[in-house]
Design a protein around this ligand. Structure first.
Ligand SMILES: Cc1cc2nc3c(=O)[nH]c(=O)nc-3n(C[C@H](O)[C@H](O)[C@H](O)COP(=O)(O)OP(=O)(O)OC[C@H]3O[C@@H](n4cnc5c(N)ncnc54)[C@H](O)[C@@H]3O)c2cc1C
Length: 380
């Protein structure tokens, strides 16, 4: 491995690989766990991983976690994705956990962070039909009344809301100021009256949802952090969100790379393995180089965050998200081309890698938006 890990981290990675090969190492196992690839989150497997204590990898020890940092979390996410372990609810749970960790009261941390260690899934709802890249344009509204907040509006594209125990809602409580003022985070427990969750069909299966709020009332203690300060609270989580998506994409990229390597060494045409044709071997050499650059960047940014947990790294975190997701997409698409017709067949995993990586350059801020952020740091 090009990145230097401690012996404990290496042993942890090995344990995840063992778990993956035991629980979902074959296509038959993965199909059984995911309803033929349609469901990306399996509750039973998630519970097993909770029992192993791995879901608390980055949760503080006082809430039952193991108190690891971003490098540990990235390692976990990379290996989970590489092993194709279907716990699609975990990345968004880890993103959401960061907000509770930074802004939660003791009681909220006890409930949410302590709950995550034991297997809770958490979702976060920012996007709306008219507020995608421009999150600040969101209009879902909460009004203070009857000792709490009454919420009306719609969220869209909410990952894993259908399996989540809480949705962390970002809504508008005041529209008198600029668009980034007057935003507030509220924790919405599963089953709250006035919430309707409807799945959105996607080429990746059942992942995302529309969420409708119709006179949904939550008590004031469900406020996370300060009323009107959600924009600042969201910004504080960007390092973590971008690294989580980067680490997950890294795992898929590594898996796609390994899958195509096996294939081009075995598949023969014109009497020789297709990997011996320079047109393929040189492309793979380039992709392997890009992969290593992506991996070094991800763990370098993660180590910087661990060294300075309260510092924002907008440029570096955006670079990691941009570079890794674009590289993962490239490796999967090139992998499909190198596998010829078999890359397109659902019998092989490559077409799934393509579908998964295509969307990674869209969610969590599109590649265009990451480039905008990076360009701004260069005074452009
Ligand atoms: C699978 C999936 C999971 C998701 N999960 C969640 C979730 O859990 N929670 C949540 O809140 N949201 C989630 N999202 C929403 C996601 O963050 C948005 O889709 C994303 O931010 C883009 O918004 P949009 O789809 O409205 O596209 P738009 O913002 O309409 O963008 C369309 C195109 O225009 C480009 N564009 C827009 N503005 C600019 C600009 N200023 N400069 C250059 N180009 C620009 C974009 O890059 C893109 O190519 C998810 C989306 C998907 C597909």
């Amino acid at each position: 491995m090009p990145v230097t890990f401690t012996s404990e981290q290496e042993a942890f990675a090995e344990a995840i690989r063992d778990f993956a090969s035991r629980e979902c190492g074959t296509r038959e196992q993965r199909d059984a766990l995911t309803n033929g690839g349609q469901e990306v989150h399996n509750h039973e497997l998630y519970a097993k991983i909770a029992d192993l204590g791995w879901l608390g990898i980055a949760v503080a020890e006082e809430y039952g976690g193991t108190g690891g940092g971003m490098v540990d979390l990235c390692l976990f996410l990379e290996e989970m994705a590489y092993g194709q372990i279907p716990i699609g609810g975990f990345p968004v749970t880890a993103i959401t956990a960061g907000a509770y960790e930074r802004f939660g009261t003791d009681a909220q941390k006890e409930e949410i962070l302590g709950g995550i260690v034991k297997g809770l899934v958490e979702a976060i709802a920012m996007s709306e039909p008219e507020a995608g890249s421009d999150v600040g344009a969101l209009r879902c509204k909460a009004v203070r009344e009857n000792g709490g907040y009454t919420i009306n509006g719609q969220k869209t594209w909410i990952s894993e809301a259908h399996v989540a125990d809480h949705i962390l809602l970002v809504c508008r409580t005041d529209d008198s100021g600029s668009k980034h003022e007057g935003l507030t985070m509220l924790s919405i427990p599963k089953g709250t009256e006035g919430v309707e969750i409807r799945g959105i069909d996607t080429m990746g299966g059942r992942i995302v949802n529309d969420v409708f709020f119709d006179d949904c009332h939550v008590p004031a203690e469900n406020l996370l952090g300060e009323e009107g300060k959600a924009w600042m609270q969201l910004m504080a989580g960007l390092n973590v969100e971008r690294l989580i998506i980067a680490a997950q994409s890294l795992g898929i990229a590594r898996r796609a790379m390994d899958d195509v390597l096996v294939y081009v060494k075995e598949r023969k045409q014109f009497g020789r393995p297709i990997g011996s044709f320079q047109t393929i071997s040189h492309r793979l050499a380039d992709l392997a180089t890009e992969f290593e650059c992506s991996r070094l960047l991800t763990y370098d940014v993660a180590a910087r965050v661990d060294a300075n947990p309260t510092q924002l790294f907008p440029r570096e975190a955006s670079m990691a998200k941009l570079k890794v997701t674009e590289t993962a997409k490239k490796i999967s698409l090139e992998g499909m081309q190198m596998m010829g017709g078999y890359g397109y067949a659902t019998e092989y995993d490559m077409e799934r890698h393509v579908r998964t990586t295509l969307v990674s350059t869209i969610y969590g801020g599109t590649s265009e938006i990451q480039r905008e952020i990076i360009a701004k740091t260069m005074g452009l």
